[in-house]
Design a protein around this ligand. Structure first.
Ligand SMILES: [Zn+2]
Length: 266
């Protein structure tokens, strides 16, 4: 389900409803009257200043898409400025030499199905599915999840397309560290009580993410995840712990900044 054009994977290519569609396409089509074009001019009557006036009233769908886009950008800014998961990851990216810029590296777009986001390794862009992310808490998780893929992409030479184990590893880390599997989220999904519930959730989500973006069998996905599970589950960079909630993430962020300061003083 959620998060389909996952890990730096498919996003670029097979991204349904990809770049140029939706809002951007509409903006381009928006009353850009040819300058000085003969009869156009006569019809103009100052409408050039208000291109939307000239157009047919927008249908409900088009108007909702604008709203989705604005809402998405607002929630994104909120995540980047206030969510400790995102703040830590942004700091870590910067430290690794991959500074993330809001305008260049994030893109709110319409996606199909219940995909929430994706990381496009070709452009190092994170796609946020504006039509499917409706809550700030969801946005926070998607941003953190995709930033972990971006972090892995930055620090390691990840072979997203050819090596399914690389993808598996990043999906395990993203599920483990983004808050995807925090207890509250699991309760919201009506799954509780399992002893090793966090690990089960991480494994399960990693497998589902792989299946969503790769044409591989369930066995192949499971095998890849199981083979790298221990190593990747225990790789907690840049958090240094499993952030089970915002408080954990805040502590991790503080520790990260201190670690940085300490290194700088050496
Ligand atoms: Zn993912």
């Amino acid at each position: 389900m959620r998060h389909r054009p996952a890990a730096g994977t498919v996003a670029g290519r097979g991204r349904a409803g990809g770049r140029g569609e939706g809002v951007e396409a509409m903006a381009a089509g928006g009353g850009a009257a040819p300058p000085g074009g003969g009869e156009e001019e006569e019809d103009d009557l100052g409408y050039r200043l208000f291109p939307d006036r000239k157009k047919k009233p927008q249908g409900f769908l088009v108007r909702s898409l604008f709203t989705f886009h604005n809402r998405c950008q607002l929630m994104l800014r909120m995540s980047l400025e206030t969510n400790p998961y995102a703040q830590l990851l942004l700091a870590a990216m910067k430290q690794s030499g991959c500074t993330v810029f809001n305008d260049r590296h994030f893109s709110c777009e319409n996606c199909d199905g219940c995909v929430s986001g994706g990381f496009d390794s070709a452009t190092s862009q994170i796609v946020l599915c504006q039509n499917n992310i409706r809550q700030q808490s969801h946005m926070n998780r998607v941003v953190a999840h995709e930033l972990i893929h971006a972090f892995d992409h930055c620090r390691a030479h990840v072979d997203w397309f050819k090596n399914v184990k690389h993808l598996a590893c990043s999906e395990i880390r993203a599920a483990n560290l983004s808050g995807d599997c925090t207890l509250m989220n699991e309760i919201a999904r009506f799954k509780f009580g399992l002893k090793a519930h966090h690990q089960t959730c991480v494994r399960d989500r990693a497998i589902r993410s792989i299946l969503a973006v790769r044409k591989v069998s369930r066995e192949t996905a499971e095998k890849a995840v199981d083979e790298v599970f221990d190593a990747c589950f225990n790789d907690l960079e840049p958090f240094g712990r499993i952030p089970h909630n915002k408080t954990d993430a805040k502590r991790a962020y503080k520790d990260f900044l201190n670690r940085d300061r300490y290194n700088a003083n050496l």
